[in-house]
Design a protein around this ligand. Structure first.
Ligand code: FAD
Length: 341
């Protein structure tokens, strides 16, 4: 039922704008409005804080169905989870009530600011600094590649509080867009998902109350990594949704396009390709759903499953290019009609 209702909403309210959003590289405001109106913009927020209380699998299904219509729009529910999960996992009750309730009501979006110009895979090499000043922390630094930056009101920012301790000297904070000293770079020009703004976030003497620290001092990196364990699955869901959208589109096209007097769907070579796409897509989906169940139970092998799920979809940016030997697997695929694909 959830899938059907999100699909119907996406077809009606997101599909009509998806191509323009991508071509114009503009934020999908229509999608945000439709998702908020139907309480689908941040379904993961627990009911205690006014949210829908969706579990990890339900959240994945929402993201998947939005991505099937528009990859950029799917980063609204996905990054709202990414940005706010540190607060859910490690924040005080005060922080949870203060920041999760506006998120659940659709009044504010949440971004996640870990990466920096010189700290990508090696996130612990970050340079953004937070220095204590009485009841305040003062933040200085640059975060890069921050999804929905400039649109989101709230940011989980990881910063170094003790430079001698490397990952154990990193703490997490909630920074607000309206805090003095916060500004944003120009949107990056990307190859895809062009409607989702990716910007730098500049922190110039941003002075925030000490109560905005998420969890204890020095636990920010652990919270950041735990957050990624749970949210790599949402990026897998995005890639699966995009792949499903492409497959559904292709299935329609091959029936419509005629060559040599018949629809190209009648050619077995085309059927092989569609069968292959459907097979790889379903394998990725099942791995992602298994990872979502593990996320919900916080199983000990979640880190492996989350990483594997995010690298498995055919459209995943984290997927390695196929080697010549792996592409020969296509010839071993049994003949399947496009409709059964
Ligand atoms: C569209 C987009 C949105 C993003 N959104 C966010 C966001 O919202 N918040 C945020 O904090 N970050 C975000 N990021 C940043 C993203 O998390 C980083 O791009 C990622 O961590 C990789 O860092 P990097 O791009 O600096 O690559 P690098 O770390 O420089 O890696 C370059 C290459 O080296 C390889 N490599 C690196 N280390 C190793 C190793 N130890 N072993 C083998 N190979 C290695 C990598 O696999 C890669 O192929 C976003 C990025 C993009 C492109």
């Amino acid at each position: 039922m959830l899938r059907e209702s999100v699909r119907a909403l996406a077809e009606a309210k997101i599909v009509p704008f998806a191509a323009a959003v991508d071509e114009e590289g503009r934020f999908p405001q229509e999608a945000l409005d439709a998702l908020v109106a139907n309480d689908l913009h941040a379904v993961h927020v627990p009911e205690t804080y006014g949210g829908a209380g969706a579990d990890a699998l339900a959240t994945v299904i929402v993201i998947e169905e939005v991505a099937r219509a528009c990859g950029s729009s799917s980063l609204i529910p996905a990054v709202n989870k990414l940005g706010s999960l540190p607060v859910i996992l490690s924040g005080s009750e005060e922080l949870k009530h203060r920041y999760l309730a506006p998120l659940a009501r659709g009044e504010a979006m949440f971004s996640y600011a870990l990466s920096e110009p010189d700290a990508g895979s090696d996130a612990a090499g970050m340079k953004t600094r937070a220095v204590r000043d009485g009841d305040f922390w003062v933040l200085n630094g640059v975060k890069r590649w921050i999804t929905n930056a400039g649109v989101s009101e709230y940011y989980t920012v990881m910063a170094v509080t003790d430079p001698d301790k490397r990952s154990k000297g990193i703490s997490a904070f909630v920074v607000e867009k309206s805090d003095e000293g916060v500004s944003f770079g120009a949107p990056e020009k990307k190859l895809g998902i062009k409607g989702s703004p990716t910007r730098e976030v500049y922190l110039d003497n941003v002075r925030i109350p000490a109560s905005r620290m998420i969890g204890a001092e020095g636990t920010g990196f652990a919270t950041a990594m735990k957050t990624l364990d749970h949210t790599r699955i949402t990026i897998a869901a995005q890639a699966i949704g995009i792949a499903q959208g492409a497959l559904d589109y292709a299935k329609g096209y091959v029936k419509e396009r005629k060559q040599f007097g018949k629809p190209i769907a009648d050619f077995q070579g085309v059927q092989f390709m569609l069968a292959d796409m459907a097979m790889k897509l379903e394998a990725a989906r099942q791995l992602t759903y298994a990872a979502a169940a593990k996320s919900e139970r916080v199983d000990s092998d979640l880190t492996f499953f989350g990483a594997a799920a995010s690298a498995s979809p055919p459209t995943s940016p984290w997927r390695s290019p196929p080697t010549p030997s792996s592409s020969s697997a296509a010839t071993a695929t049994p003949a399947t009609t496009p409709s059964s694909a």
